[in-house]
Structures are given as C-alpha cells and as structure tokens.
Design a protein around this ligand. Sequence first.
Ligand SMILES: Nc1ncnc2c1ncn2[C@@H]1O[C@H](COP(=O)(O)OP(=O)(O)OP(=O)(O)O)[C@@H](O)[C@H]1O
Length: 782
Amino acid sequence: MPVVTRSRLSAARGDGAGALPWGSASAAPALRHDAGAPREGVASKNHHHHHGLKEKLRALTQDYEQQKQKLAASQLRRSIRCLNAWEAINDENAEEEEDGGRVAKFRYDAFAQVPESAVLRENVAPPQARAPSNDGAVLARTTEPQAKENAVGRGANAMSCPIKKAVPALPVLPVPPARKLSLGGAVGGKLKAAGEVGAGTAEAAESRILVFVRLRPMSRKEKEAGSRSCVKIVNRKEVFLTESASENDYLRLKRGRDSHFCFDSVFPDSTTQAEVYSTSTADLVEGVLQGRNGTVFCYGATGAGKTYTMLGTMENPGVMVLAINDLFSKVTQKYHSIKLSYLEIYNETVRDLLSPGSPLNLREDKQGIVAAGLTQRSVYSTDEVMELLQKGNKNRTTEPTRVNETSSRSHAVLQVVVEYRSLDGVNVKRAGKLSLIDLAGSERALATDQRTQRSIEGANINRSLLALSSCINALVEGKKHIPYRNSKLTQLLKDSLGGACNTVMIANISPSNLSFGETQNTLHWADRAKEIKTKTQQTTVNEEVLDQPDSETMLVLELQKENRVLREQLAKQQQKLLTAEAQLLASKTSPQRSPAPSSHVSTPGSTQRKTRRSILAAGGGNYFSTLDSKRHAADNAQVRELQRKVSTLESEIEKMKKEHLLQLKRKDEFIRDLINRKDPNNNSEETATVDRRVVTRASVRKAQRDASAAVELKSPSRVFTSPAPTAKKRTFWDIGGNSPSVLAANGRKTRSHVATETPKKASSKLLQPGFARQTSTHQRFT
Ligand SMILES: Nc1ncnc2c1ncn2[C@@H]1O[C@H](COP(=O)(O)OP(=O)(O)OP(=O)(O)O)[C@@H](O)[C@H]1O
C-alpha cells in the first residue's frame, strides 16, 4: 500500500508548505495517520516541517477571524441602514395620503439597497434592527423583488434580517385620522376629514352633527366704531380667537380668553353662498331624495349673518333658496311630490307663516314632531316656493335692534317633504324631510334693546337657546333624559338632534373684537355640538314597500292625484280672483286711497305699515323682475278666464232659477187640478189658500232664496271667504301704552309690516324693490 507522506505530497504538488491551502484540513487525518512512522530522521524532519505548518495555520486562522469580524461590522452597518430606511418610510407614509404607489416604490427601493449577501450571512443584526420583525405581521402584498429576496433568505438558514417581516409592518402604519361624517357613506359616499376634530377610525361608523363656521365681513357700523378683527382662520378648519392687540401676535394666542377651535370647515368672509351651500347642504338634499331626513340650522349671535346664510338676498340667495332649486332640478314630477310648510317660534308660540292665525300646538306622531294644523302646500316649481317664502317672510317677526336693523325675533323653520312613489315594478313609497332653520340671535339684553317688548323677546330667545344648549350638553354626555320639552324650539329639533337625521349646524360669527364674547360663546357651543351623534342614517330610510295595487286602484290613485292637483290650482286661481275683485272694489269705492301694496290677502290688523326691507321682498334683481312680469301676464290670463267662468256660472244660475220657478208653478197647477177633481164643488177657502200660498210673491221669493242658497253652496267661487279684515285684537301696545312703532293686531311687527314702512335710512343691499313690484301688480287692477 503506498504511503503518502507530507513531503511526497508537497513534492507532488510542486509547491512548498506555504502553498498549502489553509482550508486543506482534509490533509490532517493523513498527518495523524503518518504520525506513527518509525523512522527517526524522517521524524525530526517531519517535526520541523510540522511546526512551520502550525504557524501558518495559526496565521490563517487569525486572518479568518479578522475577516469574520469585518464582515460582522459591515453587516451591522447594513442592518442599521435597513432600519433607518424603514423609519423613513414611516415618516413618508404619514405625510402621504394620495400617492400610495410612491410609498410602495420607496419602500421597495429602500430595501433593494440591502445586498443579497446581507441576508445570506448569519443573523448579526442588532436587536433594534430585528425589532420590526417581532410583530410577526403577515405580508399582505408581496412585490416581486421582495418575494425573490425572501426566497433567498429562506434558503439561507431562515435568517431574521427584517426583509420579509419589516415590510408587512408597513400596511398598518398609522393613517391620518379621517372621520366618516354623518353624510359619509350614506349620502353621496363622501368621506370628509375633520382634521383633528375628535377621534379617528373607531368613530368612523358613527354619524355625527357636522359643524361649520361662517365668518361674515366687518360691517360698516363696526368699522366706524373702530373695531378690529379678533378672528383668524387657519387651513379652513381652525379658528383662532384672540383679544390681543395684533392678530398676528401668536405668542399671546394661548393666554387669557384667547382660544382655538377646530371644525369640519370654516368659511372665511369671502366665501360665496354657493360654496356654503355645496359644502354644507348639498349632500343633505341628496339624502332627502333617498328618503332620509336632513336638518340645517344657523346658530349665532344677533347680527352675525344667520338670515343672510339661510335666506340671502336677491343677488345672493342663501341655503334655503339654493336647496329648493337643487331639489327641483333633481326630482321627477311623475314620481315625486313636494310639500312645503313654514313656521316661526315667537315668544314660545308656534305660528304658521303661510296662513297666520292662532298659535299651533306641537304633537308627536309616527312622523316625529309636527305642528298640528300647520299649512302644508304642494309645490310644483321653484317660483311657487319663492312666492311662498316671500309671503312667509313678510309674516315673520322682525325688529330693528341696536345690533341689527332687521333682527329676526323668532326662529323660522322651513320644512320640505319630498315623497317618492314608484308604481312601476315594485311599489315603493319613500319620504325625506328637509328642515332649514334660521334661529333667532342669541344676545345680551344690553346689546339689543332695553325696551319692554324687545326684552321679552330677548328673554324668550335666550330661554330657547339655553334649552338648546342643555339638550346639546345632555346628548354629548350621553344622558338618558334629554330635556327637549323645555322649549318649543328643542321639541321641534328633537328629531334633528337625537333622531335619525343628517344634521348640519352653521355657526355664524362676526369678526369684530366688540363681539368677542358672543363669538366665543357661539364657538363654544358649536364645538360642543360637533360631539353629538345622531342615529346613523344608513339603514333608516323612510321607505315602505306597499302591496302592489291592481290596475284599477292604480288608475284611481292617478286620477285622485290629478284631481288634487287641479283642485289646488283652481283654489289658487279663485283666491287670486277674489283678491283682485276685493282690490278692484276697494279702489273704486275709495279712489283717493292708494291700493294696498301686497298681492296677498291682508292679514287682520295689518293696516298700518311702514316701508322697510324684507330679505326676499328686496333686491329687485333681474331674475325676479322677469319672473314677476311673466307671472303677472299669466295671472292676467287666468283672471280673465275665471271671470269668463264666473259669468257663465251666473247665467246658469239665472237659468236654473227660472226653471225652478216654472216647475213650482206647474206643481201648483197640478195640485190645484187634483183638488178640483176631488171636490168639483169645493171652490172654497182651502183651494184659495193653496192658491194663495202658491202664488204669493213671498213664497216665490222664498223659493228663489232657497234655490240661490243651494246654488251658492255648490258654486266653487263661493267656497272661499272674502278676505275682509276681522276685528282688531287687543295688542301688546294697547295694553302697554304708546307704541314706538307700528304693530300688527297681535302686537308683533312682521316683515310685511316692516316692508310697508318708509325706510328711515337706506341701510343695506336688501332694499325694497320687491315692493315696487307688488305695487305695480295692484295698480293693474285699479
Ligand atoms: N356673509 C355675508 N356677506 C355679506 N353681508 C353679510 C354676510 N353675513 C351677514 N351679512 C350682513 O350682515 C347683516 C346682519 O346679518 P343677518 O340679518 O343675517 O344677521 P342675523 O344673524 O340673522 O341677525 P338676527 O339674529 O338679529 O336676525 C345684514 O345686513 C347682512 O346682509
């Protein structure tokens, strides 16, 4: 068996011992195998050679150790870089919402810098580098390069360098708080971020009141009084309220009474009415069409711009007008019916603004809180609604106060019920109610007026607003009992605050530092209100699936609807005719008096008026003048048509009277014949009595009276009573002494009273052209 010695081995390789590779450990067994060789010379030579080898082996081992340490150090550096990259992604991701792709790319790029060697070697990453891997998250979406790297990693001893595990942590990075608002998914599917308002995703499913703030421009009066702005809006979401000398003095913002609030949106003084509408209310209108209830209410101090926001002017119509316009542009007459009511709460009494009369009671039924006996008018066009709004606003109680020349002294509620009924396929009935509320201004007694009537109004306004704040508090604190019954206003708002309703609050504020207290108060309550959660509207659509009616029932329903519409139109025309006739008569009997300025039937006791502006009766923009002239032309035609009908009816009545008399005469003759036949000799008194009874003028007159009474009952033109004024009631001013201004019979001054008064001062853009228009309407009939 050939013996292999080291020398032979060396010789065979043709190199020295130094040429032995350090890794040729396989040679060692051969060495050991040779160790027992008997020859001494060879042994000594071998020993020497062995020693040299040992030295070389040690050097090589040292070298190996150094390489190993170097490698470990570089591995550590790479791991740290890896960790930094992960943190960078975190930061980037927090800033980035819209471009998810960029994040993913950056994420990949960061990790792509880690060379493969880093993942093939032993796991020498420091604990902090491994930390992200510990959460054990599962990769949701593995990009191709990552998958490749992971595969390599698994092949290489299942190392824990955080390629696979660090990446999965990224999908659960903190998302900037977004809140699904009350209109969110339910209406239009919009998600609106509320910034730092309240909570994040946990609350997302909740439906809460949306709160917007609108800042009005500084008024002339405020400028003249030398006031400066104390409101600063940042990011269209935050309001800084400061009393400090300079509005840019941010260092002092947090001191004293200065405060900071955050809302769903804050409208600066340059915001247009259309912007306010589209941001705050447009979604609600959509919801109403889908059978959900919606409420918008304006809250704020007196003169802060609530009525401007809700009603607006001719040139800049407000939320009410824009919502109605929007609604009509979206409904289909065939399937939808729209009804409208308009009421005010004045001194804790509910009044119908469309047909003023005695106060109404509130009661609760399955539709929610309703005012019993409130007029609900079916409307078919925006023009009709505008007319009704004008009419209602004239009846609304307003008074000049020191703060606002047309201060609303009552809370006004316009309710529009949209009913959808589909008869094709599934028979579905759906109803949504939109409530648009212009609250009276919260106020300090001194800020408004000390006069008695104003103080009473102010106290009542404040009482109902206090009740509103108590309800807000109770709702926010999650109390079981909510004191809705403390005021008429809160009773009426019950559904909007605590029911299934999409609710929007617009808080109006003035920029002036003179109103600092009021503004702070308004913002405080607005801030509180945004915590109120209403029942979610996702499932609470007011929808009924009805039994499918047979074709006959459907026909009857259609006909009934048609009849209803025709009857309403007829009633309207007849009312107009009567008014025109009454005015014609009035102008004929007293030619020296100018005709009444209103096209509507005068309300009892509203004889004395002074001209003042009315928001909707004012402005005189082109839109309304064109509208008026068109309407007047149509009115004229209708009046002529009705006059023709009246004269036809009158001739028919005459004809009927004649026929009736003829019949009576024949009957009498017939009776007389009978009597004569029965007793031909009896020419006695009885017959004479019968004759007398029959032929006397009195009996004929009675018969005529009866006949005309019967006709009168049937004649549709008599169904409507003449608008003759009733007796003047005792008024507040009758009791209280001299009236400082002209009042209605019930002691209130309404916009219509105001509108007929001569303006003391042409104070604003809302000035009066509506009246010029109405006067001309009446002159037509003179
Ligand atoms: N955004 C605005 N742009 C222009 N003018 C405004 C704006 N807001 C309010 N105004 C004006 O400020 C005045 C007071 O506004 P408005 O009558 O709407 O106040 P209010 O809050 O309804 O007061 P009150 O509670 O006393 O009825 C009006 O002359 C109105 O035209």
